[in-house]
Write a protein that binds this ligand. Sequence first.
Ligand code: 6PG
Length: 470
Amino acid sequence: MSTCDIGVYGLAVMGQNLALNLADHDNRVAVYNRTEAKTREFVDQKVDGKPVEAAYELDAFVGLLKKPRVILLMLKAGGVLDTVIDQLLPHLEAGDIIMDGGNSHFTDTERRAEMLAARNIHYIGLGVSGGEEGARHGPSLMPGGTQEAYARVQAMLEAVAAEAEGEPCVTYLGPRGSGHYVKMVHNGIEYAIMQAIAEIYDVLKRAAGMSPAQMSDVFRRWNEGPLSSFLVEITANVLAYVEPETGQALVDLILDRAQQKGTGKWTTQDALDLGVPVPTISTAVDARIISALKAERQHAASILQGPSPRPDGAQDQLVQDLEGALLATEICAYAQGFVAMRAASAEYNYNLNMADIAHIWRNGCIIRAAMLNEMRQAFGENNDLPNLMIAPHFASVLAARQTAWRNVVGLAVQSGIPTPSLSSALAYYDSYRTARLPANLIQAQRDYFGAHTYERIDKAGEFHTEWQGN
Ligand code: 6PG
């Protein structure tokens, strides 16, 4: 009876694919879904002789598991997790492990881990990235929980994870909600890179007058160089896709209204709470929100004035500049994400190892990219690096691209093409490298209207001035 190594609860596509992936790697897998029909469909259509056992009642599902039990919840983040955990609890014993493979908010994971720890049940918040393909053939996995619990599932997770140069893209990250924190930041970076790519596409389309097929070639070429990454690769594929029914590039027929489930917003929210600027991530969240205001934008298009982009012929130089601008913006997005994780690590005692995070993002996940190799190296040399941009490799990449970056932002501004992420990243770079910012004036203003005091550069202490008496 109790012969299964792990139970997967939740058979939406991610759960199904992880169950199959686990079964492909010497695990007997029990599966359960709230709606029975889904389980039957999965067993009939997908299991195909693999060591998967279905259960149709919760107690039967738990009964299939070897003790101490390991249960992987693959559910939509939110209150349903609490309900399911409550339902499972009466069937569980001390020492059992529950893993949450969804995109739960890290504070929910903290709360659940604490509640379950009081019952001697381990809770692992498991960030899973890579979409359907990743889940089936090798995701990047970001586990947080007790070391004891991780040791029990380590071999299993290593077997199903993606690999980068022979090493599995999973490692113990830290206690409690740390795995979900890292996954949340992963998604924030994902939003930023996707937005930057979308802006580059807009400039290629409206300032260079390129067709989707031509743009696809550009992205494909970039994917051979320093921009080599999953998101650049799929962009090339998306742009090349011609819909058979219409004979048109499908991308041109898709409504320009981006949706979101909230992980990018959470990254920004927590970063702000920690006092960490993540402008390129925040801008990407804002850009999705503005995109959703389709009707308002259509109305405003007939009221608000601006230049109309006019493609000029100089494509080669522009394409070269755009490559530099995208690379620099991506570096800023990763840099901001790593700063947020560094602050979170200190604030929440996660003890995160940044080189490990760069390593497990090298394959399997949505933000996998060649440049993560250099990030791993940079953080391997100094885990407390205050900002990735000042690591010698990245400082020199940014130095070599900054003129191109400025050209692109300048052209976009002149042409009236919105490039919020490219511009915000450039402003971040310029702010960070500016030894004296104009914040002295802000301090003076605060002191003027509210006697908030200011510090001086020429003597220590806090000062107030009666400004109006001058
Ligand atoms: C991943 C992704 C995934 C996320 C989607 C959609 O790492 O596999 O981050 O977890 O759910 O990308 O996110 P949005 O709906 O918020 O765009």
